[in-house]
Design a binder for this molecule. Structure first.
Ligand code: NDP
Ligand code: VSD
Length: 333
């Protein structure tokens, strides 16, 4: 009996592998960024700057976008210092607020394409995170995070997609967050914006099927950047404890992996153990036969582990409630 069950399972796996192997798209591999125009929004700091440096190391002409010109100039010098070949590469900045109207954004990108050349790779990294329980959040912060994290990605992408599809080449990167895999205390307003980014990406994956335009969706965990330092100031203790489970990465590591994953055509770019686990649990990506097999055979067990982790997060939140009540009592006395 056991023998037959094992045989059926093995046969099913073989059939699945064959079907997957035949139906998975063979993606073009972009081997180099030499002389290609790479634009990085949020490229003057943190993860964005790290990806810009990686692109420069691979020989790209890099344009970084941000609002603060002093920061942009500083980052341009840092990027130039790490170029593959300083004499041929052009590294520049454009001052632009990505929460501007669509017309302003498209004009800025059109000018950049006229000056430096068509955009081969667009990395959407401008973003920010303000933490807090939803009812305590400033209303304008809730809106600003959608404007910056979501529309700041959606508008630039809408503009470059048309010509990328016409040329049938190009790469786009979205920087979402591990907080778009799992809802977390204190990240309510921020998470919503990063889930929106993920939602847009998941649909675009299908709109890009059959073309040579590729999209990579990155899910970084906590990363040591100027933005992260600022965010720590608004972060409730519960959020620190929970998001700490994803570990703390360096911006250099994240930037390097984002560019590597984009180059080899991965749809998801995830980091560390927590990123791998959350990605498997959420399904989403279909990059290789092996990846799908791992998803199929580990999801049940991982879900069981994840539920216990989430329940331990609930415990953190409950302890926080008790502590707050005690503090209030002490204040009254
Ligand atoms: N650090 C982390 O723990 C994690 C970060 N992320 C995401 O990664 C991305 C980068 O984060 P991080 O490196 O920490 O951020 P930083 O705050 O260090 O850098 C943010 C960059 O975005 C630019 N920027 C901010 N607002 C605007 C705007 N309105 N228009 C144009 N540019 C803007 C900033 O320049 P300027 O202010 O001059 O405009 C800066 O270059 C964000 O999307 C963030 O949500 C995701 C997961 C974890
Ligand atoms: C077996 C499965 C193990 C899984 C463990 C789950 C751990 C969840 C951690 C979630 C971390 C979220 C970090 C968001 C960072 C971020 O976006 C901000 N820092 C923005 O700046």
């Amino acid at each position: 009996m056991l023998f037959y069950i094992a045989l059926i399972v093995i046969l099913l796996v073989i059939v699945m592998v064959l079907i997957l192997h035949m139906s998975l798209d063979k993606k073009v591999v972009y081997k180099t960024l030499k002389n290609k125009h790479v634009v990085v929004t949020g490229g003057s700091s943190g993860i964005g700057k790290a990806t810009a440096i990686e692109a420069a190391k691979l020989g790209a002409n890099v344009t970084i976008i941000g609002r603060d010109v002093t920061k942009l100039k500083c980052a341009v010098s840092e990027i130039i210092a790490q170029c593959m070949d300083k004499s041929t590469q052009s590294i520049q900045y454009a001052a632009l607020d990505v929460t501007s109207e669509y017309e302003v954004i498209s004009k800025c990108i059109a000018d950049l394409e006229t000056d430096i050349g068509p955009i081969f790779m667009l990395v959407n990294c401008a973003g920010t995170c303000i933490c807090g329980q939803f009812e305590d959040m400033k209303v304008q912060d809730i809106k600003m995070m959608i404007d910056l994290n979501y529309f700041g990605t959606a508008y630039t992408t809408r503009y470059v997609l048309k010509s990328m599809k016409e040329r049938d080449e190009g790469m786009i990167v979205f920087v979402s967050s591990e907080a778009a895999f799992i809802g977390i205390y204190g990240y309510s307003a921020y998470s919503a914006a990063k889930w929106a980014v993920r939602g847009l990406a998941e649909s675009l994956f299908m709109e890009l099927v059959g073309t040579n335009v590729r999209l990579t969706l990155a899910f970084p965990p906590d990363t040591d950047t100027p933005g992260f330092e600022k965010e720590e100031l608004t972060k409730p203790k519960e959020t620190k404890l929970i998001s700490g489970c994803g570990g703390l990465q360096s911006a250099d590591n994240i930037g390097k992996k984002i560019i590597q994953d984009a180059m080899i055509g991965r749809t998801y770019s995830v980091f560390g153990f927590s990123g791998q686990m959350l990605s498997i649990l959420n399904g989403g990506s279909i990059d290789s036969t092996l990846q799908v097999l791992i998803q199929v055979f580990s999801m049940g067990l991982l879900r069981a582990i994840m539920v216990s982790i989430i329940l331990s997060f609930h415990k953190i939140v409950k302890n926080g409630l008790v502590e707050r009540k005690q503090l209030e009592k002490q204040k009254v006395q």
